[in-house]
Design a binder for this molecule. Structure first.
Ligand SMILES: [Zn+2]
Length: 317
């Protein structure tokens, strides 16, 4: 679950990457973490990145990853905002990669305000999309806006789950911080969409609002609500990782990585969640996908957390 596709449109995909200030520095750090040359940002990034990711999956204990497209920012009336956002990964990039490699499962990304949103959803469903990903606070989507009702209803009837970013965000620029609130996901939940709250509403930076307990309080009411523990083996987002082991919560947890976000387990040792020999051994694993998974196994997450996605995704029969 939750692996980002990244690209710069070098070979004509239509995608783009626009990095400024802090986000440029962060992208350089991520590339070095991955073992990619800094020059990769200027060449055919889609190809270099996809090849590298494929090799990491093959040498890890994962069978496949849900690979995410990334939609552009839009106004609520459907006007695209080309002046906002730092990247665009078109749906065809992930749909194409999923056709070529069984290790990739295509997660498309569609702003529901787009005038062609329902047509694009149909097109992606026909081409094998397994999930729809959005970042409400970064792409300016209020999931509770009644205008999106037909879109959520179509997703529900197609059995396409929604992976929605919740909580703070610092890797991609935030357009509307209020849309990080998991309680705004009530409308798609009421329509019957399986909703996965990415990061379980946790904060990313010290000054973000923490929505973890808000997300937890919604679980009894909505049996179709889940959360992923992506990016939680990190210095900034690990505060609630052990809370996700609680019995009533763990049944709703899905493993996600948030690759290429770096996997750093040091705070899990500092807060007593893991002993130093285990922390050191796992942190030394060079494959970040495997490192993330091993940290979560060492914390005690059950096997179901790593396989539950197979029951929820819209996989071919
Ligand atoms: Zn992510």
């Amino acid at each position: 679950m939750h692996v980002h596709m990244v690209g710069n449109g070098f070979a004509g995909s239509g995608g783009w990457l626009r990095l400024k200030g802090w986000h440029r520095a962060l992208a350089g750090f991520m590339l070095r973490q991955l073992g990619l040359p800094a020059g990769a940002l200027k060449g055919d990034l889609e190809q270099t990145y996809a090849d590298h990711l494929l090799a990491l999956i093959r040498e890890s204990s994962l069978d496949a990853v849900v690979l995410l497209a990334h939609e552009r920012v839009h106004d609520p009336d459907g006007t695209p905002r080309h002046d906002l956002g730092s990247m665009f990964v078109p749906n065809d990039v992930v749909l194409g990669l999923a056709r070529q490699h069984p290790q990739f499962l295509a997660a498309v990304s569609i702003h529901p305000a787009r005038p062609d949103a329902l047509d694009e959803l149909d097109r992606c469903l026909a081409q094998g999309a397994v999930l729809m990903k959005c970042l409400p606070n970064c792409q300016n989507i209020d999931p509770s806006d009644r205008r999106y009702l037909p879109f959520w209803e179509k997703m529900a009837s197609a059995g396409l789950p929604l992976l929605a970013h919740t909580g703070g965000e610092h890797t991609v620029p935030v357009v509307n911080p209020a849309y990080a609130d998991p309680r705004l996901l009530r409308l798609p939940l009421e329509c019957g969409v399986t909703v996965i709250a990415a990061h379980c509403g946790t904060r990313s930076g010290a000054f973000d609002r923490d929505y973890f307990e808000d997300w937890v309080s919604m679980l009894p009411q909505f049996p179709n609500l889940y959360g992923d523990i992506s990016a939680m083996v990190s210095l900034n987002r690990c505060a609630h990782l052990k809370d996700c082991l609680r019995n009533q919560i763990e049944q709703r947890i899905l493993h996600g990585s948030d690759f290429p976000v770096p996997v750093l387990g040091h705070r899990l040792w500092l807060n007593g969640s893991i002993d130093w020999p285990s922390c050191r051994r796992i942190q030394r694993l060079s494959n970040p996908l495997e490192r993330d998974l091993q940290f979560k196994k060492a914390l005690g997450f059950s096997d179901q957390v790593f396989t539950r996605a197979a029951e929820l995704l819209r996989l071919p029969q």
